[in-house]
Design a protein around this ligand. Structure first.
Ligand SMILES: *Cc1c(COP(=O)(O)O)cnc(C)c1O
Length: 432
C-alpha cells in the first residue's frame, strides 16, 4: 500500500509514514493510491466471515505486503474486539449500533486500529513514543482506551479542568499504566495550544519522540470501512438495494463507507445526514462548497463547519459534483426536528436512539419518500446515555448507562494539575 497527499498525487508515501505523521507536510490528507476491489465471492460468502475475519480481508487487500500476513491478522483481531450489531426496526429500516466499545461511540474502532498500527510501526525503537492529545472530552476517551497497554507507546491527554463531564473525566483519568491525564486549568483551546507548541519546541522534540493521534489519520479511516461490510452481512434480505444513512460531522465515517463501496460492497447509495452544520448537504444540492464557522447543536459531535474529510470525498470523485451526488444524498435537520426523531423512534419502535442517530433516521425517512424500494441502515454513532439529558427529556423515560461506563464512577481519578503557560508544561514533559 502506498499513499499520496490529496494536494499532490505525484509523491507516494509509505503506510508507516502516513500513520506516524498523520498529515502530509502540504496540509492535504493521505489517501491510498490504489483501492483494490475484493472478490465478488467474498461478498457472496460473507455469512461465513466473522467480524474480525472481514477486517482481516479488507486489511489484506488494502494494506497487503507492507505488514507480514500473520501480524496483519493479529492486528485485525485486536482492533475489532467488540461487536457492531444490526437491529431491525422494520423490514426496511435497520440500525447499526457502533457504540459497543469502551467510550460508547464509533470512534473506538478508529482509535483501536490506529493504536495497533502505531504499535506495530514502533516496534524495534528503543525509545518510547509519546502521543500528545488535547481533548474537549470525547476523542480523549476513545484514544486513551484504544492505546491502553499498547507496548512502546504512552499517551498524554490534556483536558480542560471542569469542562468535561464527570464520566468523561473518569474515562481519561482512571486507566493508569501508559495513559497519563493532565488536568489543565484553562479551556480546550489552551490544551490544544500547549500541544501545538510542544511539537514546535526543539528541546522537546530532541528529548522525546512525540506524535499525535490525529482524527484525520488514515489509520482511523480504514477500520471504519469494516463495519459497513459487517452490517451488510447481517442483513437478511440481500436483494433490496441498501443505503447507509451516516450522521456526519467531519465525514470520516461516510468516507470510510465510500471506501467499502470502492472495495466492492454492494451499496445503492449513502445519505449524508447533518444537523444545522450543513455545508455538505448544501454542496450536494448546489455544487457550491461554502465552509463557515460551526453552530452549536444537540448533536454536538457533528458541529463542524468545514469538514476535514471533504477533501477525501472530492478526491474519490475527482472533484466531480454530478458524479458524487449520484452516490450521496444530503439532508439536514434542526434541533427541534432531531428531538421529534428521537421521540418518533421511541414511540414507533420502542428503540432509544441518540440525537446523532436520530438525524440519520430522519434523513433515511425522507430519502425513503423519494426512493420507496430501498432498505436503510442507519449508523447509530453513540450510545443514547452519552446524551442522557436530551434523550430522557424527549422520551420521558430513564436511560440506562451501560455498566462498562457506570463502574467508572467509583474509580479513583488520577490527574496531574497543569497551568496554561507553556514553560510549566515543557518542564514536565522534558522530565517525563
Ligand atoms: C464524531 C462523531 C460523529 C461524526 O462523525 P464524522 O466521521 O466526523 O462525520 C457523529 N456522531 C458521533 C456520536 C460522533 O462522536
Amino acid at each position: 500500500m502506498q499513499l499520496y497527499s490529496t494536494k499532490d498525487k505525484s509523491t507516494l508515501f509509505s503506510l508507516k509514514t502516513a500513520v506516524m505523521k498523520g498529515l502530509p507536510d502540504d496540509n492535504g490528507l493521505f489517501m491510498p493510491s490504489e483501492i483494490p476491489a475484493l472478490p465478488q465471492t467474498f461478498f457472496q460468502n460473507i455469512a461465513q466471515y466473522s467480524f474480525s475475519a472481514i477486517a482481516y480481508e479488507v486489511c489484506k487487500a488494502l494494506i497487503g505486503e507492507v505488514i507480514p500476513d500473520s501480524k496483519l491478522k493479529q492486528i485485525a483481531e485486536h482492533a475489532v474486539n467488540f461487536p457492531a450489531p444490526v437491529v431491525t426496526l422494520d423490514e426496511q429500516t435497520h440500525i447499526l449500533e457502533l457504540f459497543h466499545g469502551p467510550s460508547l461511540a464509533f470512534k473506538d474502532f478508529g482509535a483501536r486500529f490506529m493504536a495497533q498500527l502505531m504499535g506495530h510501526f514502533n516496534e524495534g525503537e528503543d525509545k518510547e513514543l509519546t502521543i500528545l492529545v488535547a481533548t474537549s472530552g470525547d476523542t480523549g476517551g476513545a484514544v486513551a482506551a484504544g492505546f491502553y497497554k499498547t507496548p512502546g507507546i504512552r499517551v498524554v491527554i490534556l483536558y480542560p479542568s471542569a469542562k468535561v463531564s464527570h464520566l468523561q473525566e473518569k474515562q481519561l483519568t482512571t486507566l493508569g499504566h501508559n495513559i497519563t491525564a493532565l488536568e489543565v486549568d484553562g479551556t480546550f483551546d489552551d490544551c490544544q495550544a500547549l500541544v501545538k507548541q510542544a511539537f514546535l519546541d526543539k528541546d522537546l522534540t530532541k528529548r522525546q519522540r512525540l506524535s499525535s493521534a490525529n482524527s484525520i489519520n488514515i489509520a482511523r479511516l480504514i477500520p471504519q470501512s469494516f463495519y459497513y461490510i459487517e452490517a451488510y452481512k447481517q442483513l437478511k434480505d440481500k436483494q433490496t438495494p441498501v443505503v447507509f444513512s451516516v450522521p456526519s460531522g467531519n465525514f470520516g465515517n461516510l468516507t470510510a463507507g465510500l471506501l467499502a463501496m470502492k472495495m466492492g460492497l454492494p451499496v445503492h447509495g449513502f445519505i449524508a445526514a447533518t444537523n444545522a452544520n450543513d455545508v455538505v448537504p448544501e454542496y450536494l444540492a448546489t455544487g457550491e462548497y461554502k465552509p463557515r464557522p460551526s453552530t452549536r447543536t444537540l448533536s454536538n459531535a457533528m458541529d463542524v463547519g468545514n469538514p476535514s474529510n471533504f477533501a477525501r470525498m472530492l478526491d474519490l470523485y475527482s472533484s466531480t459534483w454530478n458524479i458524487m451526488k449520484e452516490d450521496i444524498t444530503g439532508y439536514a435537520y434542526t434541533d427541534a426536528e432531531t428531538c421529534v426523531g428521537v421521540k418518533e423512534v421511541f414511540d414507533k419502535y420502542q428503540y432509544v436512539i441518540d440525537p446523532h442517530g436520530a438525524v440519520g433516521y430522519l434523513a433515511f425517512k425522507d430519502y425513503q419518500k423519494e426512493n420507496p424500494n430501498v432498505q436503510g441502515v442507519i449508523l447509530e454513532t453513540a450510545h443514547p446515555s452519552k446524551f442522557i439529558d436530551t434523550v430522557e427529556e424527549t422520551i420521558g423515560q430513564k436511560v440506562e448507562i451501560p455498566e462498562r461506563l457506570a463502574i467508572l464512577a467509583d474509580k479513583k481519578k488520577e490527574a496531574i494539575q497543569m497551568g496554561t503557560d507553556f514553560a510549566g508544561f515543557k518542564e514536565w514533559l522534558m522530565g517525563f
